[in-house]
Ligand binder design. Structure first.
Ligand code: ADP
Ligand code: MG
Length: 328
């Protein structure tokens, strides 16, 4: 079979730029060289390029093609490794949909909705999954901290509504710290979500659809040594333990896996996703926190660890994602 040209897109315009470049580099390196020609395409603002031997070749945005030494390369598939905007939030998926180039992550609508934590939580709660009580604020909207604390009890989490890697997020225990936390979150986004803190075990579960069959990965438990799974804890292995497989068995294990598969199917997600939860032992309830439609794919990331635990190599995992995208 003819080798396929795959554009692995990485970078983007969020605080997750560096992680995305790492994820993309791993994908480009590990895609099976007998089946694919992988090109790592870096995207930052309007600068989209492929770099080799210190030379930069620009992407032609009219058709997402690349010309190297008068050789025009068109892509059979795009592997999206951009966490945050413009990959995970649907902007680039919409562009590739218009160009009719297959891509590995969820479609533009699903990416946009799931990236918006407020919309995502509203929809997931209609699936019968518990979510934390919350208040959503838009920039310019009048509010008082008293109003917020009348409906939510401390501690609360204050988050940019469409963020990632815990950037701009705070856990607030004292009423006096709430305004500052809200100001901080508004530095990252025009909308802020304030959620009640759920006490419990942090669990995350990944899933992938391949050839019409759902693969649900082993559950991972995150034990952060910081106050929560913040930016530092996410990227400094000494500050969090990520235990795969988690010490979760029986009914609860089945429930978490079924919930993840159900959310994946109801949203019609594509490629690999990772859903984050807190399990409250007190309420015996699994609370949904968020779903990541472009989860980290560096060697240290959670999804590669989950796949490894199942005996699926990175080459197999990335190959399945590309195959699945091209068969849609
Ligand atoms: N309602 C909550 N209750 C308890 N912990 C939370 C809650 N919301 C977020 N967290 C903690 O904050 C981390 C980041 O929150 P999350 O919504 O997943 O943002 P991000 O998209 O930046 O990963 C979670 O991994 C968890 O440790
Ligand atoms: Mg998260």
């Amino acid at each position: 079979m003819k080798k396929r040209n795959i554009a692995v897109i990485a970078g983007g315009d969020s605080g997750e730029y560096d992680i995305s470049i790492k994820s993309g580099s791993v994908v480009a390196e590990m895609l099976d060289k007998n089946r694919f020609n992988a090109y790592l395409i870096q995207i930052k603002g309007s600068d989209w390029f492929y770099a080799i031997d210190g030379q930069k070749f620009k992407i032609d945005k009219n058709d997402f093609s690349l010309t190297i030494d008068e050789n025009q390369i068109s892509f059979d598939c795009v592997f999206c490794a951009i966490h945050g905007t413009p990959g995970e939030n649907g902007k680039l998926p919409a562009y590739f949909e218009m160009l009719k180039i297959p891509f590995t992550s969820s479609d533009s609508l699903v990416s946009a909705i799931t990236f918006n934590k407020n919309f995502c939580n509203r929809i997931v709660s209609t699936f019968g999954v518990a979510v934390s009580s919350s208040i959503h604020l838009a920039k310019g909207q009048h509010f008082t901290t008293d109003q917020i604390l009348d409906s939510l009890s401390l501690p609360v989490f204050v988050k940019p509504n469409a963020g990632g890697s815990s950037v701009g997020m705070s856990k607030v225990k004292n009423a006096g710290d709430l305004s500052q936390a809200i100001r901080r979150a508004f530095e990252e986004d025009d909308e802020v979500l304030i959620e009640e803190f759920i006490e419990g075990r942090e669990l995350t579960c990944g899933a992938l659809s391949n050839k019409g069959k759902m693969i649900v990965f082993p559950i991972c438990e995150i034990k952060s040594k910081k106050e929560f799974f913040d930016y530092e804890a996410k990227y400094n292995p000494a500050l969090a333990d990520e235990i795969v497989p988690a010490d979760i068995f029986g009914e609860l294990e089945i429930h978490i896996k079924q919930t993840t598969a159900m959310i994946y199917n109801r949203f019609k997600c594509k490629g690999v996703v990772r859903a984050d939860y807190i399990y409250s032992e007190k309420d015996e309830t699994l609370y949904f926190i968020e779903i990541n439609t472009v989860p980290g794919l560096t060697r240290e990331s959670i999804v590669p660890k989950m796949a490894g635990e199942m005996g699926i190599s990175l080459t197999e995992l990335f190959g399945m994602m590309v195959e699945d995208a091209m068969e849609r």
